[in-house]
Design a protein around this ligand. Structure first.
Ligand SMILES: Nc1ncnc2c1ncn2[C@@H]1O[C@H](COP(=O)(O)OP(=O)(O)O)[C@@H](O)[C@H]1O
Ligand SMILES: CC(=O)N[C@@H](CCC(=O)OP(=O)(O)O)C(=O)O
Length: 303
């Protein structure tokens, strides 16, 4: 076979992939996909380039990607270097004044700009924002309670400058989405009191997805999806199943806020929400443009 014939044979295989994607491109044209890029999903620079290309491709074929990023491991590294101790309550970082300064610096500064730069290098037009820009996300202070084991009295824990999204400026975001811009959002909010709030990135992505009535919320992490008691991947999860798995302790740790975000998003009008492995090459394209998708999906009809 000549070089030309070999090339044509290879190309025909690739054409099949494009044709398989066509119905999904048509179905999702004009729809918004909120993609949470977790700190654990951010691999090496080649992975980051692949992720950026996937996002640019979505925009190019008429979908509207909005990226919300995390950066937990990167914050931990910086706090460690600065010898600032950190602890967690229910998966949320206890955030004092010194910590919130570092969190904002790492998230809105380094990580946000790295993602923006890689999307722009891939041919997109990304703009980096935090919840402070354009009054995008006003946050309210989060509190947690604990029952004291000795007195059995419920105590309120102050976990500092940790916020929950309270008001999202959807109109501002919709203006960006309608243009050729790809918004890249750091999970930082402002308070009515003028303070800066550290927001869990899954919670931030969920609030954004609800506000813009997204077609899908994709949470990219470092596991293939939700694993059941038998260790097998659950491809389609229902809300009662999610509640049962949390109650039984099969879903625990950092997966709990993710599942809560999934449920909240779908109950709040998002058509489907997915937890998936962001380290798999082109995971976003596989999820959006193939019949079976990847990871664990919770659909609106299953709540
Ligand atoms: N049932 C489960 N299925 C899959 N992962 C689970 C489950 N329960 C707990 N986990 C843990 O949740 C982690 C993902 O949460 P987290 O580390 O907070 O991710 P990220 O930093 O990407 O937001 C997984 O690495 C895994 O250790
Ligand atoms: C309140 C709170 O815990 N905020 C997170 C924000 C970053 C985040 O959520 O990043 P990942 O998605 O990579 O874990 C933190 O300080 O680590």
């Amino acid at each position: 076979m000549s070089d030309k014939q070999e090339y044509q044979k290879q190309w025909l295989k690739q054409a099949g992939v494009l044709i398989e994607a066509l119905p999904y491109m048509r179905r999702y044209a004009g729809k918004t996909f909120v993609i949470k890029y977790g700190g654990h999903a951010m691999g090496d620079s080649e992975r980051a380039r692949e992720f950026a290309r996937d996002i640019v491709l979505l925009k190019q074929v008429g979908l509207n990607p909005v990226v919300v990023h995390g950066g937990g491991p990167q914050i931990a590294k910086m706090l460690d270097r600065l010898k600032i101790q950190s602890s967690f309550v229910d998966g949320l970082r206890v955030t004092d004044e010194a910590t919130v300064e570092i969190v904002e610096m790492v998230l809105s500064g380094r990580i946000n700009k790295e993602i923006v730069a890689s999307i722009n290098e891939a041919g997109g037009s990304a703009i980096g924002l935090s919840g402070k820009d354009g009054n995008l996300v006003q946050a309210k202070k989060v509190t947690r309670t604990r029952r004291d084991p000795d007195s059995n009295i419920e105590q309120v824990l102050d976990i500092g400058f940790v916020g929950d999204p309270d008001v999202v400026n959807a109109a501002f975001l919709q203006n960006l989405i309608r243009s050729d811009i790809i918004p890249v959002i750091a999970p930082i909010g402002f308070g009515a009191d003028g303070a800066t709030y550290n927001i869990n990135a899954d919670t931030m992505a969920c609030a954004i997805a609800k506000a813009v009535k997204a077609e899908r919320l994709l949470l990219l992490t470092d596991v293939s999806g939700v694993l059941g008691g038998d260790g097998e991947l659950i491809e389609n999860m229902t809300a009662p199943e999610a509640h049962r798995l949390i109650k039984d302790g099969v879903i625990h740790g950092g997966m709990v806020p993710k599942i809560e975000s999934l449920l909240d998003a779908v109950e709040g009008g998002v058509s489907g929400a997915v937890i998936m492995d962001g380290r798999v090459p082109h995971a976003v394209l596989l999820e959006v443009f193939t019949e079976h998708g990847v990871g664990t999906i919770l659909r609106r009809e299953d709540i």
